[in-house]
Design a protein around this ligand. Structure first.
Ligand code: UTP
Length: 288
């Protein structure tokens, strides 16, 4: 199964930083966010990766380009431990362009020719996941993929947010208390409308039927085709499951979440190098 990673957004919430630097290239300790995301995907078993990029974000492509002069130098430095941890992994990246930022749904449609009429995953690089010591490495995407294989139902990863924050996210209502079946999906509801505080966080495994609904989705008032609108349509036709993760979730699409993630990954990296280092997290709200 292929995974689509859309990186063609404008990153307006992180201006002026993102004027010339893609937010996906911002560091979490010594690695760009996109490297953490690729690692998560490959560890979850996705070896065919499609980046939907913008023609003006060439720094992302050059990071993965083996012919890049820096890459040659990295090879000679690998014995010093400076090589990229993903270099040793077995995966393949293709790039397709979204020439205008016409929404996440549109970005996914740009990858349709490469995915074909098959099931696929979507991983948003704005959101990074991590776990507590000792391993730190998230396994949620891998588990969600296993649930898809078992149930054949599209899966949406969710996590609990502060009830005051529901207004910022797609919110899921479950069918009953002890089920993972999704009853409702509402984009940015008010606190009163929200069926729960379970927020969609940017990891999806989708059955091939979603292609039809994406193609049928009209642009919204801002001219963008939204994935959530297509998912709401899919929900009318077939059951979908929510996959609740208890990982730490960082929204790196805005400054406070990114700053919190930077501190978290810095402390983790130092902790991994020196087992005696104590990993403590300053109090910064990770999601907003
Ligand atoms: P966001 O909603 O975070 O949009 O997109 P954005 O443009 O990146 O950031 P802001 O809101 O202007 O600050 C969620 C994901 O969808 C991708 C983004 O790159 C991000 O990974 N995306 C969004 C696209 O690839 N194309 C689009 O047209 C919109």
């Amino acid at each position: 199964m292929k995974v689509i990673i859309p990186v063609a957004g404008q990153g307006t919430r992180m201006l002026p930083l993102t004027k010339s630097l893609p937010k996906e290239m911002l560091p979490l300790y010594n690695k760009p966010i996109i490297q953490h995301i690729i690692f998560e995907c490959v560890m979850a078993g996705f070896k065919e990766i499609i980046l939907v990029s913008s023609p003006d974000k060439l720094s992302i492509e050059s990071f993965f380009n083996d012919a890049h002069p820096t890459h040659q130098r990295i090879n000679t430095k690998s014995e010093m431990g400076l090589a990229c941890d993903i270099d040793a992994l077995d995966y393949q990246i293709s790039v397709v362009y979204q020439t205008e930022p016409l929404g996440l749904g549109h970005a996914i449609l740009c990858a349709e020719p490469l995915v074909g009429q098959n099931d696929f995953a979507v991983v948003l690089p704005d959101v990074v996941l991590t776990r507590d010591h000792p391993s730190y490495q998230t396994t949620a995407l891998k588990q969600m993929r296993q649930s898809f294989v078992l149930t054949k139902q599209s899966q949406i990863m969710i996590h609990e947010v502060d009830p005051k924050e529901v207004i910022n996210y797609g919110i899921v209502g479950l069918d009953g208390q002890s089920t993972s079946e999704i009853g409702q999906l509402i984009e940015k509801p008010s606190i009163d409308e929200a069926p729960s505080n379970l927020a969609v966080l940017g990891r999806y495994i989708l059955g091939r039927e979603i292609w039809h609904h994406l193609r049928q989705t009209d642009p919204d008032c801002r001219g963008e085709i939204q994935l959530t609108t297509a998912l709401m349509q899919l929900l009318q036709h077939e059951p979908m499951s929510a996959f609740l993760t208890e990982d730490k979730v960082f929204d790196c699409g805005q400054m406070a979440g990114y700053a919190a993630a930077f501190i978290q990954f810095t402390l983790q990296s130092r902790g991994q190098r020196d087992n005696t280092a104590k990993v403590t997290m300053p109090k910064i709200n990770a999601m907003n």
